[in-house]
Write a protein that binds this ligand. Structure first.
Ligand code: UDP
Length: 341
């Protein structure tokens, strides 16, 4: 993994990426926020999504409904769009599901990514920014987790994401692909104007579930374990605002397009909150009581995941603009209430 030297090839941190950009999975949660930021930055963008989990209504610009498993459709999309670069969000992302049915994860995360890289190679398109995850690190052996932490994923989801990183490294070495692997911590929140946000079916993520309790569509929030070695016994996570993630994608792409080497970096705020603290923040934001009930630990949950280091700041000039937990929760709350109306 190469981290480019700032003196030689870093882009100015406010540089704008050059389009057209093809965004695979751009109808999903993080993808749709990124597409909107690209559009607002006047970068031409086309979304390609099979709508298996994404939402057509989240995309207002050019859209191709296609599956990354369909290599002919991919070739047609590259011929039509002639992308200067790709941003790749399309993937399966549930840890539990990946344990129960790993075949889907190896097919859609690994082999579909290979299809995408082959389509890029055939079209002579060489820059790609893609969603990786802190799950590639596995159970942390040291905290906070920096990019040099060993990558030993403990579930098929994390393993397939690590395979994607390895594939990119090999393609970079052999074929001149240039990639940015962005290892997200816990994506959360919604666009502050309330029209884009997180809708998963089924919902498994903590903040939307808590807010559904506040909204009255769930009776209580189950807290998965309160006997972890953390300050209040519940798990600690680093929640990062989805608009801050979107911003990092534009910066990463601009950096590659300015000639930087491939790189991988964490995207987190460096600040961890326990499950109980998130519930308290939601009580304060919503004014609702939000009944909580402690239950057993969820399999595969490390006690604490918090991003460390400053690589994203050094390489991308990226500093989260909305790092506060209350801001994240209140943006998610605004979206959920608007969506429920
Ligand atoms: N969690 C919880 N109850 C829930 C959902 C999640 O206590 O109903 C906890 C989960 O154990 C983890 C944290 O909330 O410690 C964040 O979980 P989430 O599924 O949102 O994201 P993950 O960390 O799995 O990516």
């Amino acid at each position: 993994m190469l981290a480019a030297s700032m003196s030689q090839d870093a882009s100015p941190h406010n540089a704008r990426p050059t389009g057209p950009v093809l965004v695979a999975g751009g109808a999903g949660y993080i993808g749709s926020h990124t597409v909107r930021l690209l559009e607002r930055s006047r970068v031409p963008v086309t979304v390609l999504d099979n709508l298996s989990t994404g939402h057509r209504s989240a995309v207002s610009g050019p859209f191709i409904e296609a599956d990354l498993g369909d290599r002919e459709a991919l070739a047609r999309a590259f011929a039509d769009v002639k992308p200067a670069a790709v941003i790749h969000f399309a993937a399966k992302c549930y840890v539990g599901e990946s344990v129960e049915d790993p075949a889907i994860y190896y097919r859609e995360n690994v082999s579909y990514t290979w299809n995408l890289l082959e389509a890029m190679r055939a079209a002579g398109c060489r820059d790609i920014v893609f969603s990786s995850t802190c799950a590639t690190y596995g159970s942390p052996t040291e905290l906070p987790i920096t990019e040099s932490h060993p990558q030993n994923p403990i579930n098929p989801y994390g393993r397939t994401k690590l395979h994607m990183e390895h594939m990119m490294q090999d393609y970079a070495r052999a074929y001149g692909l240039r990639y940015a692997a962005l290892r997200y911590f816990n994506a959360a929140g919604a666009s502050p104007d309330g029209d884009l946000g997180e809708i998963h079916q089924p919902e498994t993520h903590l903040i939307p579930l808590i807010l559904q309790v506040a909204l009255g569509s769930r009776p209580e929030i189950l807290v998965f374990g309160d006997d972890y070695p953390t300050r209040d016994g519940t798990c600690v996570r680093d929640y990062v605002h989805v608009d801050d993630l979107a911003d990092a994608h534009l910066r990463a792409l601009a950096r590659l397009q300015a000639g930087a080497e491939s790189f991988a970096c964490n995207l987190g705020t460096g600040q961890g909150f326990t499950v109980s603290e998130v519930i308290d923040a939601a009580r304060s934001v919503t004014g609702h009581a939000i009944p909580a009930h402690v239950t057993e630990r969820r399999a595969g949950d490390p006690a604490e995941l918090v991003s460390g280091g400053s690589l994203a700041r050094e390489l991308l000039g990226w500093v989260p603009k909305r790092p506060g937990l209350e801001e994240i929760v209140s943006d998610a709350w605004r979206f959920l209430r608007q969506d429920a109306d």
